[in-house]
Design a protein. Structure first.
Length: 91
């Protein structure tokens, strides 16, 4: 039987305080996310056009849902791209 290599990743212990990411919407005092506010929505979309996760953005569950809906509405109205502007590589 092969030996398993121990993980070298550091896990926080139960006594360590966890660091929470600052919520960008509450920091700016934004209560309603509008699909027409493209500058705000671009902060939650990667350069490839993907919606960033809650772990990355620091939003609450409800805020993340509202941002995702607003990004999708902005995409439908052609304010945000569905994908990045990079062409697909030739085969």
């Amino acid at each position: 039987m092969a030996h398993r290599k121990k993980s070298t990743a550091r896990r926080p212990s139960a006594t360590e305080p966890t660091r929470t990411k600052a919520n960008p919407l509450t920091a700016e005092g934004i209560e309603h996310v509008d699909w027409k506010d493209v500058a705000l929505l671009r902060t939650f979309v990667s350069d490839r056009g993907k919606i960033r996760s809650r772990r990355v953005t620091g939003l609450t569950v409800q805020q993340q849902r509202r941002v995702a809906t607003a990004v999708k509405n902005a995409r439908d109205m052609a304010l945000l791209p569905y994908t990045s502007a990079y062409p697909t590589p030739p085969r």
